[in-house]
Design a protein around this ligand. Structure first.
Ligand code: DX5
Ligand code: ZN
Length: 222
């Protein structure tokens, strides 16, 4: 499991302390950029993301919940994130956008809302490095996991075949369901509340990792 904590759920007034706790414990930092248009809420953009980058070496996993991502995506190129993920619902130019991201040496990701069918990836799979399956409606942290996401992940795994594409899942993930999400085929797990709630970040992460390890064991037995 690659863990990508969603900064949105952290104490944004005391981020340096949170970053200290995350350092060495997680593979990515998930940046939820929300524009108040594609989703009802407004969070932060490229300036805040740039500021945060100055305080950490953890690779950035940028999730753009924005309309017209073709205007926003280039703003993140100078930040050299690990990937930039845009929503397929937000653009008619997915292939061009994915190619532009890759041309800048950054991995291209696309995200699907819970009600968006996998057929929206039909002409994209050979252009991208990552698919982010939303397991809640985007816009807020702390919502509960939508169960139908599990079969969606399994079907996506079959669709991907032997392409080198990471399956990332985002929303409502905690120690109680992370195992089945990994077993369904996810590799990267986004966790907001499950990482930050109560303030014990190292303890929260350890609980998630323990739960993930149990799922790997069961996989070997079955
Ligand atoms: C939802 C965001 C998620 C969210 C995850 O719009 O994309 O990344 O912050 O938070 P939890 O894990 O609390 O559902
Ligand atoms: Zn997200």
């Amino acid at each position: 499991m690659d863990l990508s904590p969603s900064i949105l759920a952290a104490d944004l007034t005391d981020l340096k302390a949170s970053l200290n706790d995350l350092e060495g414990r997680v593979e990515y930092l998930h940046m939820d950029v929300m524009d108040g248009h594609f989703v009802p809420t407004l969070s932060f953009g490229e300036l805040y993301t740039k500021l945060l980058k100055q305080h950490t070496d953890i690779p950035l996993d940028v999730h753009l919940m924005v309309s017209q991502p073709e205007k926003e995506v280039p703003k993140y190129f100078p930040l050299e994130p690990a990937n930039i993920t845009f929503h397929v619902e937000a653009t008619d130019f997915g292939v061009r956008l994915a190619r532009e991201i890759r041309k800048n040496g950054i991995k291209a990701g696309v995200s699907l809302n819970p009600a968006t069918p996998l057929s929206s990836l039909d002409y994209l799979l050979d252009e991208i490095d990552l698919v982010l399956i939303m397991s809640v409606e985007p816009g807020f942290y702390g919502q509960s996991f939508i169960e139908s996401s599990l079969s969606k992940i399994q079907r996506l795994r079959d669709l991907i075949g032997d392409r080198d594409i990471t399956i990332e899942v985002d929303g409502g993930i905690d120690a109680s369901n992370v195992g089945e999400i990994l077993q369904a085929g996810a590799r990267r797990i986004v966790a907001g509340s499950a990482c930050f709630k109560g303030g014990d970040i190292p303890g929260n992460i350890a609980r998630l990792r323990d739960a993930a390890a149990v799922s790997v064991d069961t996989k070997h037995v079955s």
